[in-house]
Design a protein around this ligand. Structure first.
Ligand SMILES: *Cc1c(COP(=O)(O)O)cnc(C)c1O
Length: 410
């Protein structure tokens, strides 16, 4: 094996094509097609069977909802095997899974997930927010870990049917929603390290209340350089379960020192990447021109492609550019933020993600100093974060008709 490889590697090195690939940042990206099982496998939503629960749960009063603590009556599941592709989708009562202890998910982390929400509009219709984006991203995650992909439209159809069935769990009030958690795991019973020959795609749902029931609460961050969340060529840009467990100890360390979340830095330059499990935005005033700039890190393989991030960027391009703002997806560093803050040019900072939409940042602990992020004492959110929450919610709840909102047929 080794003997075969060495001459080949030398041949590659000498070919100009190899050098070009090496020099290009794309060298690090693995395409969906590379995964052995990633071919689109037909998923037939019309084969759905529904078995309703005979013991419906009592609804938790909306004011008592805790994120991810209570679940609805049912779950959606679809099995896949390498030999037969996707089996018929099933909605069944919410129940335990029965898996062999040798299932590959438990040993080699064949797991990825999505986070999205169903909302109830003022007419009582159920809506999904940009579900195509979540399904597209899930296919990127699954194919990176040799799990099967699926037809996005069929899956949106199934999610709609599931959300419609669980409609009674979605409170009507603004800020409330039904959090949907599509999950895929490799189920093959084997300790051999290889592509799973079987998988399970399932969706569970949890009714959730507003992230800020009493209004925004700005958070304090700890700039983290001793632990790295994601790196070039890694999988930080995919929603793989394996990315999250290693972030808990650093988060506990930050909490011990009184900070809510980690601000993940990367490299000697101390690039700002993400905050906790959210994308990060900063609003800066240009040193020379005074022009305002909304900045977030570019999708270079170390940044999760947030649906909220994309929504914030597109709303900013639509609404802030006409007001003279510059909108940038570019690398920026912690020293750049510290300098801007010391010169009064750091206007605001916030995280973005499905759970909170936006999460304003008060300050960042960095090398023994506290970098203040533009909020006045007693102020909990800046202008941009406040506007973004309003603009995005108005599209999520259908107050503004927009093609980002997908009305679930009833
Ligand atoms: C899920 C997630 C986000 C936010 O993505 P949304 O689609 O906006 O919810 C950002 N960063 C990380 C690391 C995430 O896991």
């Amino acid at each position: 094996m080794l003997r075969q490889l060495i001459p080949r590697a030398t041949a590659y090195k000498q070919s100009s094509k190899f050098v070009a690939a090496w020099a290009s940042p794309r060298f690090y990206s693995i395409k969906a097609e590379s995964a052995s099982t990633a071919q689109l496998q037909e998923l037939d939503a019309s084969k759905l069977t529904v078995t309703k629960t005979t013991t419906p749960r009592e609804l938790v009063p909306p004011s008592e909802l805790v994120f991810g603590r209570t679940f609805t009556d049912h779950m959606l599941s679809i099995e896949w095997t390498a030999s037969e592709g996707w089996h018929a989708p099933r909605i069944t009562p919410y129940q335990n899974l029965s898996l062999d202890p040798a299932s590959c998910v438990f040993h080699y982390a064949f797991e990825c997930f999505e986070g999205m929400k169903a909302y109830k509009d003022s007419k009582g219709q159920v809506r999904l927010f940009r579900p195509d984006k979540n399904m597209e991203r899930m296919n990127k995650s699954t194919s990176r870990i040799a799990l099967p992909t699926f037809d996005r439209a069929s899956m949106i159809d199934l999610l709609s049917k599931f959300a419609a069935l669980e409609e009674r769990f979605i409170p009507s009030a603004k800020g409330y929603s039904l959090y949907l958690r599509p999950t895929m795991i490799g189920t093959q019973r084997t300790l051999g390290v290889g592509p799973p020959g079987s998988a399970l795609l399932y969706v569970i749902a949890s009714p959730v209340g507003p992230y800020y029931p009493t209004g925004f609460k700005a958070v304090s961050l700890e700039a983290t350089d001793y632990a790295v969340r994601a790196w070039p060529g890694g999988v930080g840009d995919k929603k793989l379960g394996a990315n999250y467990a290693p972030c808990i100890v650093p988060q506990m360390e930050a909490a011990k020192r009184g900070f809510h979340q980690n601000l993940w830095l990367f490299g000697e330059e101390e690039y700002v990447t993400e905050v906790g499990t959210m994308n990060m935005f900063v609003a800066l005033k240009n040193k020379e021109t005074g022009q305002k700039e909304l900045v977030t890190a570019p999708l270079d393989g170390t940044i999760l492609e947030g649906v909220t991030r994309d929504s914030v960027l597109s709303l900013a391009r639509e609404k802030l550019i006409p007001q003279g703002w510059k909108i940038s997806e570019r690398k920026y560093t912690m020293p750049e933020l510290a300098e801007a803050a010391s010169e009064g040019r750091l206007l605001e900072a916030f995280g973005s993600g499905t759970a909170a939409v936006v999460s304003p940042v008060r300050n960042i602990s960095y090398k023994g100093q506290l970098v203040e992020c533009g909020l006045k004492p007693g102020e909990e959110a800046g202008e941009i974060a406040t506007s973004m929450l309003r603009w995005i919610e108005s599209r999520q709840y259908g107050d503004e008709e927009h093609d980002w909102s997908y009305v679930v047929p009833n």
